[in-house]
Design a binder for this molecule. Structure first.
Ligand code: FE2
Length: 436
């Protein structure tokens, strides 16, 4: 990271007004360029398909991230950019019910129109209109906040794009490589014994520090009593997960939550998402292509149910979101290390990644056993953006730590990601915990 990159951080909202706007404009144009770079390495057919209901076609992400600025910044100013805007409003609204009806998520891949070319034109129009707004020097504080949120939103979609691209290319009968990109580096991770970090009981502060950007679900900052615990000092690797499978892990109902066992039976689950057996040998699909399973790499793309069953098999448990946050908060530099997270300003797409510290920060999202629920005192705002997080606080679990596909400057210890317990197309992994 160069010193200049730091100025691209849209969360530096404490700077003076002009400097802040310049910084935000640079961050805006950079994030728009980077999203297009991620898709530039795909064939046009890859941009359109939707192989699962929860996967979105890349062209939809390109459009939706533009719609976000169109809907929440330009339309309130009567600056709708295109005669197509009413149609695009219907097609590219994801889930904001306050903004009217929208096309079904599960059917995004049904649409060949608008074309990729039309969507790219829409992107250019929206980018240009937002840049014009900056240059007109008429942005209000509220509009600046919404644009900052739009930048963070597009960064989230950059990670979603990589998840969806991996699913699209990895589910071909002959999986395709995403250029030469790597996700987990196959060479640099050393094998080492699992160690345990100990923390005694204490009262600690949790949640977002208000000096920087945060989502509403990270607030309010509050104190909690934490009992003594042990946290594994690295993620579980493929070799250890293979031992679980060999020991009948997927055939022993006593290891599974009831819903998890039903999920295994119904879907005939027997291994992580991107593992496949060829001629008696296990292989794993990484974005760089199919390769022999590396026992030293962290096991990835597993569900909460699998992570929970594995923890029970190890006579351990999954950590709470607060146990992981407590550890990450101890070392503020943990999320600013050179190797943590891919850097949109320096790379066309994520580069090979190794464990960036002794704690494996930034490799895989870590499942916690914390239900995704509101912090004490949490209230959704009475605006359209109030739909961003709060309404999903049911039947999902919190994940912490970030992953190889998370853009740099998008992570912090208080960040709360969340998925359904059966989801495993995100870059997820396992960290264990124990009671003291
Ligand atoms: Fe979105």
């Amino acid at each position: 990271m160069t010193s200049n990159n730091r100025s691209l951080d849209p969360t530096n909202l404490g700077q003076k007004n002009t400097e802040q706007k310049t910084s935000l404009l640079e961050a805006f144009t950079e994030v728009r360029r980077q999203t297009e770079q991620i898709c530039a390495h795909l064939e046009i057919e890859d941009l359109v398909v939707q192989p699962a209901a929860y996967v979105s076609p890349p062209k939809w992400h390109l459009a939706h991230t533009s719609w976000f600025f169109d809907c929440f910044v330009l339309e309130p100013l009567n600056l709708a950019q295109t005669s197509q805007s009413p149609k695009y409003h219907y097609l590219f609204n994801s889930y904001y019910k306050s903004q009217g009806e929208h096309w079904l998520q599960s059917e995004r891949g049904q649409l060949s129109r608008p074309t990729v070319k039309e969507i790219m034109l829409y992107r250019q129009q929206i980018t240009g209109a937002i840049v014009d707004l900056f240059e007109s020097n008429s942005l209000s504080k509220k509009q600046i906040e919404v644009i900052a949120t739009g930048i963070q939103h597009e960064q989230q979609h950059q990670e979603l794009l990589l998840m969806d691209i991996k699913f699209i290319l990895g589910h071909q009968p002959w999986p395709a490589a995403y250029e030469s990109v790597a996700d987990l580096d196959k060479n640099l991770l050393p094998a080492r014994a699992l160690g345990w970090l100990e923390s005694t009981e204490n009262i600690s502060l949790f949640g977002a520090n208000l000096n920087a950007f945060s989502y509403d679900n990270e607030r309010p900052r509050h104190r909690r009593w934490i009992s003594g615990f042990q946290l594994a000092d690295r993620l579980i690797n493929n070799g250890e997960y293979m031992d679980f499978m060999t020991d009948g892990g997927y055939r022993r109902p006593e290891l599974w939550l009831s819903d998890g066992w039903d999920w295994v039976q119904k879907n005939q689950m027997g291994h992580p998402l991107y593992w496949r057996k060829q001629n008696h040998h296990w292989e794993e699909y990484q974005l760089r292509g199919l390769e022999p399973l590396n026992p030293n790499l962290p096991v990835s793309h597993i569900s909460f149910y699998e992570a929970d069953a594995f923890a029970r098999w190890m006579d351990a448990r999954l950590p709470t979101e607060f146990e992981i946050e407590a550890y990450c908060s101890k070392d503020k530099a943990l999320f600013e290390k050179e190797t943590a997270f891919w850097d949109p300003s320096e790379a066309v797409y994520p580069s090979p990644r190794r464990a960036c510290d002794e704690f494996d920060t930034g490799l895989l999202w870590q499942w916690t056993n914390s239900a995704y629920s509101p912090y004490p005192g949490f209230r959704t705002t009475n605006t359209a953006l109030g739909e961003y997080n709060g309404k999903f606080m049911a039947n999902q679990y919190v994940l912490k730590g970030g992953c190889v596909a998370t853009p740099k400057h998008h992570m912090r210890a208080s960040y709360r990601n969340f998925y359904r317990p059966s989801d495993r197309w995100a870059f997820t992994g396992i960290r264990l915990a124990k009671d003291l």
